[in-house]
Design a protein around this ligand. Structure first.
Ligand SMILES: NC(=O)CC[C@H](N)C(=O)O
Length: 309
């Protein structure tokens, strides 16, 4: 990918020089240690060709990007019954908002806001010990990224556990509607830990390949999910992957994407590539500021937006 390699490296260089970098998340104290100057961008296609720029191999906290993978796992476990516990409409609200839950019988709007992801985690936990459920999620990430070294950053998990009062409120509130079925502490423990998985842009882009290739992971040589399910997960990423910034992300970038407060964004160019960008500074909606700008540049220069050039 000679041209693509140039494009990715140019973007990484331009991003490194920019003064506007957003604000690193600090509500989880351990995340505040991230270097605001960091920037990484990796594009991987179905033949395993890689274009990488900047800090492509520095691990960062994947946070809400994990929600794409827990959704995939939960759908594999209970299929469409999942949609009894969580919706699939954009929330138009911040990622940790609680107000809609009261009006909507404790059913979160979608699997990518915190409440929805906690409900999805509860589904994965059912019938298991927290340690087993977490092991399953971690092994799934290692398999998809083709890298057994991927691990949970226990300091980040502990930091969020100490300060995660808002998520505890969401989980307890859903428990009162039986949308959460397991002990709230167990469900939250698994949730905090899967958010605290640390991965590099290269690993995350590899892990996302199955979404770019109709459920088939070209490097693992496996069908992970059906083409139909991959298409649907991409649809939810497009409409809900950036919280109340999802409309703007679709407008500017036009790719299914999922952000995390660690500053990562996983984006999918169907049939073309899986992309991961990382810059820890966030915008007001909690999405990577330079990550979004870099993806906007990438689609302009490649013509990869799903809505056309
Ligand atoms: N948007 C995010 O990445 C939020 C994830 C974070 N673990 C939280 O629950 O607050």
């Amino acid at each position: 990918m000679p041209d693509l390699d140039r494009i990715v490296k140019d973007i990484a260089e331009e991003m490194r020089a920019r003064p506007d970098r957003g604000a690193v998340a600090s509500y989880i104290p351990e995340l505040a240690r991230a270097d605001p100057q960091a920037f990484g961008l990796v594009v991987i296609d179905g033949d395993g060709r890689v274009a990488a720029g900047g800090d492509a191999d520095i691990p960062f906290s994947i946070q809400s990007i994990s929600k794409v993978f827990t959704l995939t796992l939960a759908l594999g476990m209970v299929g469409d019954r999942l949609w009894r516990r969580v919706g699939r409409e954009p929330s138009g609200s911040p990622f940790n908002s609680i107000v809609q839950l009261e009006r909507e019988n404790g059913i979160p709007r979608n699997p990518f806001i915190n409440a929805g992801a906690i409900a999805v985690t509860d589904v994965i936990l059912s019938g298991h010990q927290p340690r087993e459920a977490l092991g399953e999620i971690l092994r799934f990430m290692q398999f998809l990224a083709q890298d057994d070294s991927i691990a949970i950053d226990d300091r980040v998990a502990a930091s969020e556990k100490r300060t995660g009062f808002r998520n505890a409120a969401l989980a307890n509130y859903m428990r009162s509607f039986d949308v959460i079925e397991n002990p709230v502490d167990y469900t939250l423990g698994v949730y905090f830990h899967h958010c605290a998985i640390a991965m590099t842009c290269r690993q995350l882009a590899t892990a996302g390949l199955f979404l770019a290739y109709s459920g088939h992971h070209p490097l693992a040589g496996h069908s992970v999910i059906s083409a139909e399910r991959a298409r649907r997960i991409n649809a939810i990423m497009l409409t809900c992957g950036h919280y109340d910034g999802s409309g703007d992300f679709a407008y500017r970038v036009g790719l299914p994407g999922k952000s995390g407060v660690g500053g990562g964004i996983l984006a999918v160019a169907p049939g073309r590539a899986s992309i991961c960008v990382w810059s820890p500074g966030l915008d007001a909606a909690g999405n990577s500021h330079l990550g979004r700008i870099a993806l906007e540049m990438l689609v302009k220069r490649t013509g990869w937006s799903i809505f056309g050039v």
